[in-house]
Write a new protein. Structure first.
Length: 318
């Protein structure tokens, strides 16, 4: 338990300046080459003896030491980090940009690079830049069992590179799988479209609220991977093709019904207002039968789909 907490706790290295060690490494290498060459010269002259052997050995040692010093030089670009291990144990993390020197026997850790390119000739630095994960549309069932297609985009970045490369095998794949799972589970909890006038959340009318819920749940899942979720946005939402046509007809029918209700409500109000004005101004006195006829005619004119064709009646309705 203690060893696990030590691994998760990031240790930021305070590395030495790379420029000073670069000069030291070059000097050691040059002196080693010179010493080795001088020893070979003495041997060729057959006048070296022990001095020639010492010169060759010392020159070789200095040359190897210089090469090792140069191998410890590391360049860290802005928004990058390097997680280092020494003989299988976590050594530390370089997060500050610049030119540094570290123990030449340390190795960089980045499982995503090893899986992607077998670790051949690629940088193992961990990017701390903001990145985007485009979760392609997937088919799920909403709360009512209707198949819908939903897709989202996740804006994220690595906040703790040590956790990202040590706690999970591949933090990019881990994030992608967790994102798929969260989107599926969240979409199953809500209907595609809620009832009119209701307070129930739905995927279509409350997309931003549901995206925020996805963001919070996804952040909990990837916390141990050192990843910070900045935002989740739903980019695609539609009924599945097999029911899209039927649902479109349903929406159209609902829209027609809503429109008819508003037309009838408006027509009744206009008829009521017309009768009140006729009575107030005493333009004409209407009995119940004539009022009924007038209401019928007005409703036909106001609620009809086509323009009314007036008919002039010169006689009496009796």
């Amino acid at each position: 338990m203690n060893s696990e907490s030590k691994i998760q706790e990031e240790k930021v290295l305070q590395a030495k300046s790379g420029f000073v060690m670069l000069i030291c490494g070059m000097l050691l290498t040059l002196v080693g080459i010179a010493g080795f060459g001088y020893g070979i010269y003495l041997i060729d002259q057959s006048a070296g003896g022990a001095a020639a052997g010492i010169s060759v050995v010392l020159g070789t040692i200095l040359f190897v030491a210089g090469v090792l010093v140069l191998c410890g030089l590391k360049v860290i670009n802005p928004k990058e980090a390097l997680v280092l291990a020494l003989f299988g144990n976590y050594y530390g993390t370089l997060r500050k940009e610049g030119f540094f020197w570290v123990n030449p026997f340390v190795t960089a850790i980045n499982p995503t690079v090893r899986i992607a390119a077998n670790g051949k000739g690629v940088s193992r630095k961990v990017s701390l830049k903001t990145m985007t994960l485009n979760n392609e549309k997937q088919k799920v069932n909403d709360e009512l069992g209707n198949p819908v297609e939903i897709g989202a985009v996740v804006i994220w970045k690595v906040e703790n590179p040590t956790k990202a490369v040590i706690n999970v095998e591949n933090y990019k794949s881990y994030l992608s799988i967790q994102c798929d799972s969260i989107i599926r589970n969240t979409a199953r909890k809500y209907p595609y479209d809620g009832a009119e006038g209701g307070d129930e959340k739905s995927l279509r009318s409350s997309s931003q609220e549901i995206a925020n819920i996805m963001c919070e749940e996804l952040q909990e899942k990837v916390e141990n991977a050192g990843i910070k979720i900045q935002e989740v946005r739903i980019t695609h939402l539609a009924y599945a093709p097999e029911i899209a046509s039927a649902m479109l007809q349903r929406q159209q029918a609902a829209a027609v019904i809503d429109a008819r209700q508003k037309i009838v409500e408006g027509a009744v109000g206009m008829v009521e207002m017309a009768l009140e004005k006729l009575n107030e101004n005493e333009i004409v006195e209407l009995d119940e039968e004539r009022k009924a006829a007038m209401v019928s005619n007005l409703l036909v004119v106001l609620c009809g789909n086509k323009d009314a064709q007036p008919i002039v009646n010169s006689g009496s309705i009796y």
